[in-house]
Design a protein around this ligand. Structure first.
Ligand code: ATP
Ligand code: MG
Length: 662
């Protein structure tokens, strides 16, 4: 281990997949972009902003960093996000192009062209303005995945009214606190949406969230706009609640966008809450749109005339903001939006959709890929996936074995995979291979994009040498960076800028391999200290997942008298192995096999002290493993705040199983 490294480097991955000459020949991304951006980073971003966006007033200033860590990009330019996403495509004669293929969970479909979108967004903007919403007012959006969700976001942007989207799966309490945090004037919701084959109500959570409570300030919400999706019975507050259709029906189809300054707030969005209380991240307009468009075009190699793009993320997450709404629409893409769950009515639904719409670019999360692996590759094998030409991954480190499966089973061994590292805070992709340029490596996000400066540093902020591990940092401001935490500048400075003065601390561990490529190693909060060795979660989990009987794994450090901390692993086994492990002999066998496997793959120091076979792992609603809850279990503590958990019964299931005979 190199002397000044602050994280152990355990796993060596030697597989590499160079781009095919055919792909490289047609790729949007070019190797020369790195040099161009290195030569003059600000000129590079100014060029992207001018080429990818239409400005009402051109900017003359690229970056103002005088008030660091709050950046101002393209500050004297003016523009409108919705105009850029919709109107200008229609004005350029592309109004007939399909913007959205919508597929509801029950199988209903809708095709929306850019011209349709322009009419809908304009009418919605007029309707929202008629309710008294003005530039700068905040609007909370609490909707399922519908065309109206995209329309609602763009209508707000058209008015200069920042939206705060709250994931439709969140509870009334989570919604209430986000409404209060934003001091929203309007809430846009639906009667319900389709989930796992049945209508699931949404409006009752809004009613509950807006109810007066003793000792709390009265809500700032004046109106609730309600999209009719399921037609289920819906309680109604006269004077406050208005049907979306009624409001839009009488609204004019023409609307003059509100031209805003580049630094005008576009939205507030709360982080996933994997590590604790969610933070209300603030994004502004010009820089954010520039980087969302640039990355969408180059990281996914988008050809707007021919590609059918599908990002499976919900609009409740940042991925849905940058890569369902803003990036693709700014670039004039044709995309698929699917309302429901991947296993309704059957486990092949996603692949059926890929076949039906001839999806050519797919962007999803490792948790979804691991779930499909668990279900078995015979399911995707039933469908024609040959239209796929680029595959993306985001949200967590992707284990090399899951990457290989994704490439082989979904990508037909030819589609390049882009493992994209970024955060709600970064607004857009920061570290990723460029398809057609980068030789990809299973499990690594590899290289900062052109115009992005990232590094891995040790405790003293020194760059670690190749082969070393430490903290991921971003050393220079970037266009789509957050402009703060809503209403809490101190927390912003404290969370991201105090660990290493002057550089952005991402909160993730990382290492550099011998080529200098970056590998994400999981949260810094989750790093374990075993006999003085600092071990990250990702590599041990990847070693476990590379054993044929393991479907998913999560490791944590639990206090240990002799070693400081000991590695404790929670594993989900594939199919029949789970039954076998439930017997006493079987359990011992599994423990021994997996401990030996980890020792062989990455070394004895990483060998789990305990391995617990569990039926499920605790995950956030965006699909990320919440290790802090497992640490509570491993250390026999009461389980901490689990409000962002997708399924709160999972922790009971895990605790009950552990108390039992297994
Ligand atoms: P909170 O900040 O509230 O704990 P969160 O960090 O899960 O929540 P997001 O902004 O949705 O909220 O997630 C960003 C994080 O997801 C990154 O910091 C990183 O830990 C992880 N991540 C995202 N993409 C990747 C990737 N490609 N490889 C590894 N990790 C990733
Ligand atoms: Mg985070």
């Amino acid at each position: 281990m190199p002397e000044n490294s602050s994280l152990e480097n355990l796993l060596t991955e030697t597989r590499s997949f160079p781009p095919s000459p055919e792909f490289a020949a047609q790729a949007n991304a070019q190797a020369g972009m790195y040099d161009e951006a290195r030569a003059d980073r600000l000129a590079f971003w100014a060029k992207q902003a001018n080429e990818l966006l239409t400005w009402k007033t051109p900017f003359t200033q690229t970056l103002d960093w005088s008030d660091a860590p709050v950046a101002r990009w393209f500050a004297d330019g003016t523009l409108n996000a919705a105009y850029n996403a919709v109107d200008r495509h229609v004005e350029a004669g592309r109004g007939d192009r399909v913007a959205i293929h919508f597929e509801g969970e029950p199988g209903d479909t809708r095709t929306v062209t850019y011209a349709d979108l322009q009419r809908e967004v304009s009418r919605a903007a007029n309707a929202i303005a008629a309710l008294g919403v003005e530039s700068g007012d905040r609007v909370v959006i609490y909707l399922p995945m519908l065309v109206e969700s995209v329309v609602a976001m763009l209508a707000c942007a058209r008015l200069g009214a920042p939206h705060s989207v709250v994931f439709g799966g969140f509870s009334a309490d989570a919604l209430r606190s986000r409404i209060a945090d934003a001091e929203a004037k309007l809430v846009i919701t639906a009667d319900g949406g389709y989930r796992r084959g049945a209508p699931s109500a949404l409006k009752p959570a809004v009613d509950e969230a807006l109810e007066p409570r003793d000792g709390e300030a009265p809500t700032t919400v004046e109106h609730v706009l309600v999209v009719k999706r399921t037609g289920q019975d819906t309680a109604w507050t006269e004077g406050r609640d208005i049907w979306w259709d009624d409001a839009l029906e009488s609204a004019d189809v023409r609307h003059e966008p509100v031209w805003v300054e580049a630094e005008h707030p576009l939205y507030i969005l709360h982080t996933s809450g994997t590590t604790g209380k969610p933070k209300g991240i603030l994004h502004t307009t010009g820089g954010y749109l520039t980087q969302a468009a640039f990355t969408h075009k180059n990281v996914f190699d988008l050809k707007a005339e021919t590609d059918v793009y599908w990002c499976t993320a919900d609009i409740g997450w940042v991925t849905g903001h940058s890569y369902v709404v803003y990036g693709p629409l700014i670039n004039g893409a044709t995309q698929l939006i699917y309302e429901g769950t991947p296993d309704t009515p059957h486990r092949g639904r996603w692949w059926e959709l890929v076949e039906k719409y001839k999806v050519s670019i797919l962007y999803t999360a490792p948790t979804a890929i691991r779930t499909c692996m668990k279900w078995g590759e015979d399911i995707p094998a039933k469908f024609d996936l040959s239209s796929l030409r680029v595959l993306g991954s985001v949200g967590e480190p992707i284990n090399p074995e899951a990457w290989m499966w994704y490439r082989r089973v979904i990508g037909g061994d030819k589609a390049p995979i882009v493992d994209t590292w970024w955060q709600t805070e970064t607004g857009a992709i920061m570290i990723s291979p460029l398809p057609g340029v980068t030789a990809t490596k299973p499990g690594s996000a590899q290289v900062p994009l052109p115009g992005i400066v990232a590094d891995v540093v040790d405790d003293e902020a020194h760059s670690v040498p190749n082969g070393g591990g430490g903290y991921l940092v971003l050393s220079e401001p970037w266009p789509s960076m957050l402009r703060g935490i809503w209403g809490d500048l101190e927390r912003y400075k404290d969370t991201y800028w105090s660990r290493f003065p002057g550089i952005y601390f991402a909160g993730d561990g990382a290492k550099k391999d011998d080529d200098g490529d970056i590998w994400l190693l999981g949260r810094v909060d989750d790093v374990m200290n075993v006999s003085g060795h600092r071990l990250s979660t990702t590599e041990i989990e990847s070693a476990l997942v590379s054993h044929e009987i393991v479907a998913e794994a999560a490791v944590v450090g639990a206090a240990d008298e002799t070693t400081g901390q000991a590695v404790v692993a929670f594993v989900i086994l594939r199919g029949e192995h789970a039954d076998r492990a439930a017997t006493e002999d079987g359990s011992t066998e599994v423990q021994t096999a997996l401990r030996n496997h980890v020792a062989k793959e990455i070394g004895p120091i990483a060998k789990p002290r305990r391995i617990l076979v569990v039926p499920e792992l605790p995950k956030t609603r965006s699909g990320k493993i919440m290790r802090r809850l497992l640490r509570d279990v491993a250390e026999n503590r009461t389980v901490g705040d689990a409000t962002t958990l997708a399924d709160s019964s999972v922790m009971d299931l895990i605790s009950a199983g552990l108390a039992g005979p297994a």
